[in-house]
Design a binder for this molecule. Structure first.
Ligand SMILES: [Zn+2]
Length: 317
């Protein structure tokens, strides 16, 4: 028996087809359409699920279910997604994603919050196994977060874990959420891209835009940032360092409040930049940790780039 998991992101859509042991049998990764609204997203997802099923040697109709993790306001019971502006700028109203996917592909579909399903995957299959409490931090287009406390996901009244919108600087930079001084205003990939474009327009030298064009990317993806860093690009290095300082302060503040035993770093930027930057984030946390002699373990998400999709597949396991 096999099922599909879909990770819908601001820059890419990752699909996996897994078996009952959560082993990946096939996968597909496609860019998120930049226009066309949620209907264009459905068409793209359905195509990617078909491609992943084909790689697994399966007919998409034979899948036992399709689970999808999404940003925005996800109503799991209704199967709808609203306010997914990171995906499509005009995606405001609730869209019946589960019903549309089922209509396109056949198997029953379910939707869940992207950060929640990725954390669930880490808790059950990845870096969270054996840990009673941890904070998942997903450094991507935005900065998402999710909490597991005493072995149980903690959701508060439904919106707990929004570490990206904790304030790290009063009257600070404008956040994509409209407020000021949020962690995401400094560390979110979208905010970093906006800042890079603004500074480039003002004459700051950078290879970021050229790399983006060269690789035919509509956005400054984590790969674009990684290449610019490898080139020693000064502006990219400055903005990533600024993001890492912000992450250090934000994560340390969350740890001061919750005293979790580990912090699991995921997300497109987190996974891509962790090899070089995880120790830097740890270093930037230390000055802000109230109990500095006992820092939490800071580890990279064990399921890597596929964690979101594998986690989404657990919705229909
Ligand atoms: Zn914000």
């Amino acid at each position: 028996m096999a099922r599909a998991g879909v990770d819908l992101g601001g820059t890419k859509i990752q699909v996996v087809v897994v078996d009952d042991a959560h082993t990946v049998l096939g996968q597909a990764r496609v860019p998120t359409p930049g226009t066309g609204g949620p209907e264009a997203v459905v068409t793209t997802i359905a195509g990617a699920v078909r491609a992943a099923a084909a790689e697994a040697g399966l007919d998409p109709g034979s899948l036992t279910g399709v689970g999808m993790g999404s940003p925005g306001a996800v109503d799991q019971a209704a199967g709808t997604i609203a306010l997914a502006r990171n995906v499509q700028p005009d995606w405001v109203d609730p869209f019946p994603m589960a019903a549309r996917l089922q209509a396109e592909l056949g198997p029953p579909a379910a939707v869940g919050n992207d950060v929640r399903v990725a954390t669930d995957a880490e808790a059950k299959l990845g870096a969270g196994v054996g840990r009673a409490s941890f904070l998942g931090v997903f450094w991507g287009t935005g900065v998402g977060g999710c909490l597991v406390i005493d072995g149980t996901p903690f959701e508060g009244r439904g919106a707990a874990g929004e570490i990206g919108h904790t304030v790290i600087e009063l009257d600070g930079a404008r956040c994509p959420c409209g407020r000021r001084g949020c962690l995401e205003a400094y560390a979110g990939r979208a905010a970093m891209e906006a800042r890079a474009r603004h500074l480039a327009e003002q004459g700051r030298k950078t290879s970021l835009l050229a790399i983006m064009r060269h690789h035919d990317k509509p956005r400054m993806t984590s790969g674009v940032w990684a290449r610019a860093l490898d080139d020693g690009d000064e502006l990219a290095t400055h903005l990533v360092r600024r993001a890492v300082r912000a992450l250090g302060a934000g994560i340390a503040s969350a740890v001061n409040l919750l005293d979790v035993e580990a912090v699991v770093l995921g997300g497109g930027m987190g996974i891509r930049l962790a090899p070089d930057w995880l120790p830097e984030i740890q270093k930037e946390m230390l000055p802000h940790l109230f109990v500095a002699e006992r820092p939490p373990a800071l580890v990279v998400a064990a399921l890597g780039d596929l964690g979101g999709a594998v986690g989404a597949s657990l919705l229909v396991a």
